[in-house]
Design a protein around this ligand. Structure first.
Ligand SMILES: *Cc1c(COP(=O)(O)O)cnc(C)c1O
Length: 228
């Protein structure tokens, strides 16, 4: 059985190869380890193998893991759908939020971000797959949302996040990620972050400009949603 350290090495090789293929600096691509459904010990193992950034989708699960890992200097990223009643705990316990798709949520995060913490890093989730996905703002709504979020005092708008419809077809992957990159390039002022690419499509995402790839399965193995 492969260990988390072995998997990190394999994923790092894939990132380097994907960057080399398009003459990008591999250091411009950051690895976000998606630890949802995995125990705190898996995070500890990944930390020991060099990872610092961890992504979680479910608030209660994340808070439980964070409480078990307070001895480690980890950077936590919230990447799941956000309900209004969860914004305070997210504002207090995360360094990044990748999944903001409406202004009301951003306003609450800004109001609730504690004064003693740095501004909360934000990515706007965009929906480039049309009806296939219900999360994410539409491309048409993006410019106004980006402007409004940029004006919020306790947030730092960093870029865009997308989860295109899963496909094994490389051309379709490339088209979806290129659409996200083009949206980012259309915004003013320019943003430095593109959060896109998961275990099955990180090569395409990197070819189209990803700066964060969010990897779960390829690092920690398949998820078992049967466990509580
Ligand atoms: C689960 C999840 C991932 C990781 O997906 P894998 O296919 O396991 O790499 C990335 N991003 C988001 C938003 C997720 O929910």
């Amino acid at each position: 059985m492969s260990t988390i350290a072995d998997n990190i090495e394999l994923v790092s090789q894939r990132i380097r190869a994907a960057a080399d293929a398009v003459q990008r600096d591999p250091n411009s691509i950051h690895l976000l380890a998606v630890s949802k459904t995995k125990p705190a010990q898996a995070v500890r193992d990944a930390y020991a193998a060099g990872l610092r950034d961890f992504g979680e989708n479910y608030l209660q699960e994340a808070l439980g893991k964070q409480a078990e890992l307070t001895d480690l200097p980890l950077s936590w990223h919230f990447i799941g759908p956000i309900q209004s009643n969860k914004t305070r705990a997210i504002a207090e316990n995360f360094a990044w939020v990748h999944s903001v798709d409406r202004l009301k949520i951003a306003q609450r995060l800004s109001e609730q971000r504690p004064a003693d913490l740095p501004p909360l890093n934000i990515c706007i989730q965009v929906n480039v797959s049309g009806e296939a996905s219900k999360s994410g703002c539409t491309p048409a709504d993006l410019p106004a949302l980006a402007n409004a979020i940029s004006a919020l005092p306790r947030l730092k708008l960093r870029g865009l996040m997308a989860i295109p419809e899963p496909t094994e077809d490389r051309a379709a992957q490339d088209a979806a990620f290129a659409a996200v990159r083009d949206l980012q390039n259309s915004l003013n002022p320019p943003l430095d972050t593109l959060s896109m690419g998961m275990s099955h499509d990180l090569e395409s995402a990197i070819a189209q400009g990803a700066t964060w790839v969010r990897i779960g399965t390829a690092l920690f193995g398949a998820r078992d949603y049967g466990q509580p």
